[in-house]
Write a protein that binds this ligand. Structure first.
Ligand SMILES: Cc1cc2nc3c(=O)[nH]c(=O)nc-3n(C[C@H](O)[C@H](O)[C@H](O)COP(=O)(O)OP(=O)(O)OC[C@H]3O[C@@H](n4cnc5c(N)ncnc54)[C@H](O)[C@@H]3O)c2cc1C
Ligand code: FES
Ligand code: FES
Length: 481
């Protein structure tokens, strides 16, 4: 059985199909039709809802694309939808701001925008334009235009006032805490099952019993199989309830991130420790997706165009893989085998990702090139880490790309050209030429093979320029289209 609060109503449900998304649950089971389906693929934000959870005795609110979130993800949380905002006949301040600023025309996108604004206001540090941009980047509007919506965001954040959710916070925390327990939960319907372990020991036991079970983390990748390919997942083991997979530790030399750490949490943590990594995460999908999607999921899905693997390769990261009670550490470079094939064995899962800290003598940068700045998948992703000695010779070169091969991959020939030489235009040009030996990229709807190769070379030149000419190319380049 899973239990959650639908606003303040306790819902306990056992007989429910784990392939059901929160959006379909709301519309079909709760007859709450405010949340809309625009794309069912996480791209438009019309289905945005707010999920509340308890962290250190306080409520934390995050947006989610309900079209991509399976119902199992609601366990122990508060689900707030657009229907919950109006209280006693009075619009919530964010709804009123949308009205005051004329921020809605046809209205299809409006519930999603309202929920993104509501969550922004909950987490608001006053008005910050960048926060609003990030909060709204995952919501599309075809007719109003974004200026009035940003005006509404500003009004809502500048005139933030206590609302019913703040007034009820202590009660909500208590009610959610009462839902916590150590037992494996289960939902099932129509022969489809989902098991929700709370510990890695329970996970290990379940994988021993059900080696064919599909692991579900944030579901932002997996859910597409259901919503786009119309497949069903007969047996799911959900990882979201396992706190051990969310542990983050930083020591003198390493950053250890649990596989279940959300991408948004990675963003917050890495802003301090590896700022270029965090900066790129601002362009990883949308806030809704980053709130749910995990670092482990971004690696385990084995995509050649995932954003974190090239950075992790350049940083020489390793993954801790657990099978039974045995944990092995594998360099990430050995994890990706072939297109969407990884070194994960049956019953094995990613427990953590270990990133060596960038030292003072190292320089790390990364660039994402996509057709659109926000909420788009990379055409080419490049990550560079160089170390030079006191004479300026390159002593360590790690160059990794996404979108250039069937797996995220180091450019070993290119690295060889850089090693042992001073970083000059001539050595960089030789390294650029070597990229042709490293990669024979594909042409697809994101980019042609020629374009990819040209961009890869240009990104290496750009990296060189950023190091040697002191050019501030970082801002411009991250929005390359
Ligand atoms: C609209 C949209 C935009 C996107 N934009 C980007 C983008 O800009 N950049 C990008 O890189 N990706 C993007 N993605 C892809 C996706 O969001 C990421 O890959 C995300 O990190 C997946 O994590 P998850 O936790 O949601 O994984 P899930 O969907 O839960 O799982 C993905 C796969 O990993 C497996 N898995 C998950 N955790 C583990 C584990 N601990 N051990 C073993 N196997 C595991 C699952 O079984 C599944 O096969 C986007 C997706 C959407 C829908
Ligand atoms: S319906 Fe478009 S993001 Fe969910
Ligand atoms: S108001 Fe019509 S899509 Fe936004």
């Amino acid at each position: 059985m899973i239990q959650f609060l639908l606003n303040q109503t306790l819902i306990s449900v056992q007989a429910i199909d784990p392939n059901l998304t929160v959006l379909n649950y709301l519309r079909q089971h709760q007859h709450r039709c405010g949340s809309k389906e625009g794309c069912a693929s996480g791209d438009c934000g019309a289905c945005t809802v707010t999920l509340g959870r308890v962290e250190q005795g306080k409520m934390v609110y995050e947006t989610a694309n309900s079209c991509m979130t399976f119902v199992s993800n609601l366990q122990g949380k508060q689900l707030i939808t657009v229907e919950d905002l109006k209280q006693g006949g009075q619009l919530h301040p964010v709804q009123q701001a949308m009205v005051d600023c004329h921020a809605s025309q046809c209205g299809f996108c409006t519930p999603g925008f309202v929920m993104s604004l509501f969550t922004l206001q909950k987490n608001s540090r006053g008005w910050q334009h960048k926060d609003a941009e990030q909060a709204l980047a995952g919501n599309l509007c075809r007719c109003t235009g974004y200026r009035p919506i940003v005006d509404a965001a500003r009004q809502a954040c500048e005139h933030s006032q206590q609302d019913i959710f703040q007034q009820q916070e202590a009660l909500t925390v208590k009610r959610l805490m009462d839902l916590q327990n150590d037992q494996i939960q289960e939902i099932s319907f129509n022969g489809h099952r989902c098991l929700l372990p709370k510990t890695t020991s329970q996970l290990v036991a379940l994988l021993d019993e059900y080696p064919d079970a599909k692991l579900l983390a944030g579901g932002t990748d997996l859910a597409l199989q259901v919503t786009q390919q119309y497949r069903t997942l007969p047996l799911i083991v959900a990882l979201q309830q396992i706190d051990e997979l969310k542990i983050c530790q930083v020591n003198e030399t390493e950053i250890v991130l649990g596989a279940g750490v959300s991408l948004q949490h990675c963003y917050r943590l890495l802003s301090e420790h590896i700022p270029p990594f965090a900066h790129i995460l601002e362009r990883f999908a949308s806030l809704q997706i980053r709130n749910q999607g995990t670092l482990g999921g971004n690696i385990a899905n084995g995509s050649p165009i995932g954003d974190t693997p090239p950075m992790l390769l350049a940083l020489n990261a390793t993954v801790a893989l657990q099978k039974g009670s045995t944990v092995r550490r594998l360099p990430l470079a050995d994890f990706f085998i072939s297109y969407r094939q990884t070194a994960l064995q049956e019953r094995e899962f990613i427990r953590a990702i270990i990133i060596p800290k960038v030292t003072l003598s190292q320089n790390f940068q990364a660039w994402k090139v996509s057709k659109r700045r926000e909420d788009d998948i990379s055409a080419v992703f490049a990550a560079f880490l160089l170390e030079t000695d006191s004479s300026g010779r390159v002593t360590e070169a790690r160059v990794a790309f996404g979108g250039m091969a069937e797996i995220p991959k180091r450019a070993t020939q290119c690295e060889r050209q850089l090693l042992g030489k001073p970083l000059t235009t001539s050595s960089v040009e030789q390294a650029c030429a070597a990229l042709e030996q490293d990669f024979s990229p594909l042409s697809d709807f994101r980019a042609s093979a020629d374009y990819r190769l040209q961009v890869a070379k240009n990104l290496l030149r750009r990296y060189h320029a950023s190091l040697t000419d002191g050019l501030n190319v970082l801002e411009v380049s991250r929005y390359v289209s």
